[in-house]
Design a protein around this ligand. Structure first.
Ligand code: WTA
Length: 675
């Protein structure tokens, strides 16, 4: 075991604060550790009975014939859950509450301008979802078609997702920070013919020309025949294409306020969500209807303790999985209220989150350590004047939460009363894999806690591929049994799904992360073992950034012959990207003759990545170097680059595999000279 892992494991256990207990009246929540243990055992040893029982939390149009159908005992194939069942996700998230409690608030919208917020009740949500659904049908959208959604955090994003689900189509949300190049790739890969977007987005007073970005992307997507444009600011014009654009809400207003949901099979795809992996090509992770929805519902209910009386505020964007599961499907499937927040945590002041919690009496708050690190810099005194007593659980997601940030969150936001749910999961898992449960499982700062129902973790030896059963243990974090909300495929590429998740460690589902587990079964996530980096909670593949650098041109000519992108630690964003690039000979000549200045080339490269992928992917620094550290077989040793940027050139480790060790001092000099 490494020193780091040992250090983490000496963390004292903090009992789950009793005040964080969910209401005792609720039948559905786990109440104590013994009950958690009993339910957990059953979920692992007899998943059919356990999930068969839990599935009653959903409304079904046709009962299923079998809870779990899985060929073989291990992960040679992806599973099918609730086989033969039929249901509709929008019915489960909207109709059943609109029929019972029509005036209950479903969505609280908090705009960039704090004055411009408003609420939508479940009955209003039903009307809007139905009208949008009919609008899409009128444009030819059918069961199984993919509809792309490129929208900021607005109620219309939620309405669009649910409208697509209502008619049995498949939504593919693209994070609204992505640039035209990335949108184009995702629209083409998903074979999407319809895009839903808006005229403008707003972020800390900045106006984003969302429609313009989409128009640029669609220049290379001739198959897109319809663009539904949410017209958020009717007072100012935006670029329109009359043959293709349909303006919302005008075009939806002529439709009936109700249309029946289309029941689909349990395994019917609900959505695609593109995420980054080891290679440059993003993967369209494909989630199914019943298993995903049940995972979202159960984790929101059992981990966050959400009841229909609660208001959950998830700050994660709907362009990522956290927004899908915990801003949309989880809270709405439970009949709760969700806060949809379009701005930044520091606009107009760094108390924006606390102000929202106070005004709306938020019961569960869910954010990422990167936001907490930023907010902590402003001191805790500014939080103290807010009434945060409504809070019962505090969630954290996306990266490990460092002990000092955990303590700050626990003491100043939770005021020592709320459980910190350090939720570990990933796009592929659909819902939480590991977390503390408020009022039930004790917490260990630094550990994500214990596995959720149905999640059987395995620590695998990366070399032998065998499970390490003794405790404590450290290795690859894998899962050894299917769970309902796991992604079923990569869109149109099941072979890549198998290669990425099922084949690296046969018999297990590979998460991509390393982890340790202590003698009590607490899980400590170590971080990605592949070339995925996490910048401000945004998952990026270094290969994707590398390919945009290699595609970069200047004066019509390619700029770089080769490059390597590495993730380095960053105080606020968690990780940041640093590029090492080797210029083409013509560019080297221009630099040598003084025709071009290296700094301009670095800036140009950063701008190209911003343009190709999105502003959130902008590298912190581009170093122009003569060569990269490579093995004799040509593999770039990124580890060496990471150490050099971190100033740890004394700890470069084994360098005998380098084909030319003299590149190392040259790289150290380049980094020093280009500070
Ligand atoms: C990382 C986000 C440590 C992990 C839901 C994972 C975490 C990747 C945690 C998935 C956590 C997520 N502690 N690391 N609590 N939660 N991660 O797909 O490396 O955007 O593989 O899903 O984030 O990122 P993704």
């Amino acid at each position: 075991m490494t020193l780091e892992a040992e250090k983490l494991m000496n963390v004292p256990t903090i009992p789950a604060p009793a005040t964080a207990l969910p209401p005792a009246s609720s039948e559905v929540h786990v109440r104590n550790m013994d009950q958690y243990k009993a339910l957990y055992e059953q979920s692992i040893n007899d998943p059919e009975t356990f999930f068969g029982e839990q599935s009653k939390a959903l409304s079904w149009d046709r009962d299923f014939d079998k809870v779990l159908y899985h060929v073989g005992n291990n992960f040679s194939d992806s599973p099918a859950w609730f086989v033969g069942g039929k249901l509709n996700a929008s019915y489960n998230c909207v109709d059943r509450w609109a029929l019972q409690t029509p005036n209950k608030v479903a969505i609280i919208y908090e705009g960039d301008d704090a004055e411009k917020g408003y609420s939508i009740t479940y009955s209003e949500l039903l009307v809007r979802v139905c009208q949008m659904a009919q609008l899409l049908q009128s444009k030819g959208v059918k069961v199984g078609d993919v509809v792309t959604i490129y929208l900021p955090m607005t109620p219309e994003a939620v309405i669009s997702m649910l409208a697509v689900a209502r008619i049995g189509a498949i939504h593919s949300c693209i994070f609204a920070g992505f640039s035209p190049g990335a949108i184009k790739d995702r629209v083409i890969d998903s074979n999407s013919h319809v895009v839903i977007t808006c005229d403008k987005g707003y972020r800390a007073t900045k106006v984003i020309q969302t429609k313009k970005i989409v128009d640029e992307a669609l220049e290379s997507c001739p198959d897109v025949k319809t663009v539904v444009v949410i017209n958020r600011d009717p007072s100012s014009p935006f670029p329109q294409n009359p043959e293709r654009d349909v303006i919302y809400p005008d075009a939806a207003a002529s439709f009936k306020s109700y249309c029946a949901p289309v029941p689909v099979d349990s395994e019917h795809p609900l959505f695609l969500l593109y995420t980054s992996g080891s290679t440059g090509k993003p993967k369209g992770m494909q989630h199914c209807t019943a298993g995903y929805l049940l995972g979202a519902l159960l984790t929101t209910r059992h981990i966050f303790g959400v009841t229909p009386d609660d208001t959950l505020f998830t700050s994660g964007d709907i362009g990522w999985i956290t927004g899908h599961t915990y801003a949309v499907y989880g809270p709405l499937a439970n009949g709760a209220t969700t806060v949809i927040f379009e701005s930044t945590p520091v606009y107009p002041t760094p108390t924006r989150y606390w102000d929202i919690v106070d005004r709306h009496k938020v019961t569960q708050f869910y954010t990422a350590p990167t936001a907490l690190r930023l907010l902590r810099q402003y001191g805790h005194e500014i939080i103290d004047k807010y009434d945060l007593s409504s809070l019962r659980a505090l969630g954290s997601v996306g990266e490990p939460i460092a002990e000092e940030i955990w303590e700050w969150y626990f003491n100043y936001v939770g005021r020592g009363r709320c459980t910190v749910c350090d939720t570990y999961w990933l796009t592929e898992s659909g819902s939480h894999l590991v977390s503390s449960i408020p009022g039930v499982t004790p917490m260990k700062p630094g550990s994500a806690g214990l596995p959720f129902f149905g999640i059987k973790p395995a620590i695998v030896d990366p070399v032998s591929g065998h499970e390490i059963t003794e405790r404590p243990a450290e290795g690859v974090f894998a899962i050894s049994q299917p769970w309902p909300s796991m992604a079923r495929s990569i869109f149109n590429d099941y072979a890549r799904y198998q290669d990425t998740y099922l084949k690296p460690y046969p018999g297990f589902f590979f998460t991509g992360d390393g982890a340790s587990i202590d003698s009590e079964g607490y899980i400590f996530i170590g971080g990605r073992m592949d070339d995925v980096v996490n910048v401000s909670g945004h998952r990026l593949s270094t290969a994707e950034v590398e390919s945009s650098v290699l595609d970069a041109t200047m004066d019509g000519e390619s700029m770089m012959t080769e490059c390597a992108v590495v993730g380095v630690d960053d105080e606020i964003t968690g990780q940041a990207l640093v590029v090492f690039a080797v210029c083409e000979p013509w560019l080297k000549d221009d630099i040598a003759s003084g025709k071009k200045i290296p700094q301009d080339i670095s800036i140009e490269t950063i701008l190209i990545v911003r343009k190709e992928i999105g502003p959130f992917a902008a590298p912190r620094k581009v170093y122009l170097v003569d060569d990269l550290p490579k093995t004799r077989s040509g593999k770039i040793l990124r580890r060496v680059l990471r150490k050099i940027v971190a100033g740890e050139e004394k700890q470069l480790g084994e360098l005998s595999t380098l084909s030319d060790p003299s590149v190392v001092p040259a790289l150290i000099d380049a980094v020093k000279n280009q500070k």
